[in-house]
Design a protein around this ligand. Structure first.
Ligand code: HEC
Ligand code: HEC
Ligand code: HEC
Ligand code: HEC
Length: 166
């Protein structure tokens, strides 16, 4: 209580900043396509790209089904399980200068998708006959191998830049 006057403003500022990143708007998968064509093509082949289409017209209005098959349809107007469902809304991290800075990108909303995230949808209440196997499932949605062979990875970059930012 005693310190309220001094800590409150900065506390609110931190909240506002993290809130801004957390509430980043979705730009839609087409927005990623230009810079990540290989990832986009691979994703298009996956069931995630059509997950909303597995629902009947009535089910497409049912929040219980949408929560996994098209979770961002209502709030962001982006259907299916898309890039941003897993990687976070791209509003702040998509600009090229941000994307090239791995740390900054994460600071403003880029998410490294975790097993826990998969399991939010691939859980006991989804209709799969087999239990969810993270390692196998990752292979089935691989859209990064092509990305990584297409470019030289940042870490092994042979570019002659003298002072490489860590
Ligand atoms: C203007 C071009 C551009 C756009 C648009 C763009 N990216 Fe990127 N993205 C990049 C670049 C450049 C990198 C860094 C790649 C590298 O260094 O090999 C990157 C890296 C990434 C990474 C890897 C980050 C890391 O540090 O491991 C992910 C994941 C990613 N982008 C997802 C997305 C998603 C999802 C979208 C759409 C919402 C998107 N990007 C839009 C250019 C872009
Ligand atoms: C907890 C997340 C979750 C919810 C909620 C959910 N689903 Fe699914 N659904 C999944 C997953 C994950 C799969 C894919 C299972 C697999 O093959 O591993 C799936 C698969 C399906 C399929 C099969 C699609 C195909 O290509 O064979 C249908 C149809 C379906 N769901 C309909 C529904 C309907 C209708 C509802 C609402 C009553 C619903 N789902 C709610 C996660 C969910
Ligand atoms: C179902 C969740 C999911 C969806 C949907 C998804 N991704 Fe990913 N993405 C991942 C995971 C998980 C990884 C990391 C895999 C690994 O490192 O083993 C990844 C990796 C990447 C990488 C490579 C990062 C690197 O280190 O090189 C890029 C780029 C990327 N995704 C872009 C996209 C784009 C663009 C889309 C949409 C067209 C998309 N992703 C859709 C889960 C997803
Ligand atoms: C927002 C919910 C959601 C998240 C998060 C999610 N998935 Fe899915 N996934 C689904 C739904 C729904 C389906 C079924 C799509 C359909 O056929 O209608 C599916 C299908 C799949 C399939 C295809 C299954 C088949 O029968 O071919 C694989 C593989 C998969 N997901 C892997 C992953 C992995 C790996 C992650 C985490 C990196 C992940 N998913 C995250 C909702 C999700």
């Amino acid at each position: 209580m005693r310190a309220r006057g001094s800590w409150l403003p900065s506390f609110v500022l931190v909240l506002a900043l993290s809130g801004a990143a957390g509430a980043a708007d979705f730009l839609g998968p087409e927005s990623c396509k230009g810079c990540h064509p290989a990832a986009y093509e691979a994703w298009m082949q996956s069931k995630h790209a059509r997950a909303g289409d597995s629902l009947s017209e009535a089910q497409q209005k049912d929040a219980r089904c949408l929560s996994c098959h098209s979770p961002d349809q209502g709030s962001q107007g982006v259907s299916h399980v898309t890039c941003e469902t897993c990687h976070g809304g791209g509003q702040y991290y998509s600009p090229a200068y941000v994307m090239k800075d791995a740390e900054l990108a994460r600071l403003v909303g880029l998410v490294d998708p975790s097993e826990k995230q998969c399991r939010n949808c691939h859980d006991a209440s989804s209709p799969s006959l087999k239990p969810f196997n993270f390692v196998e499932s990752l292979k089935a949605i691989d859209h990064w191998s092509a990305e990584r062979t297409g470019k030289s990875p940042r870490a092994e970059s042979s570019s002659p830049e003298p002072a490489k930012k860590k």
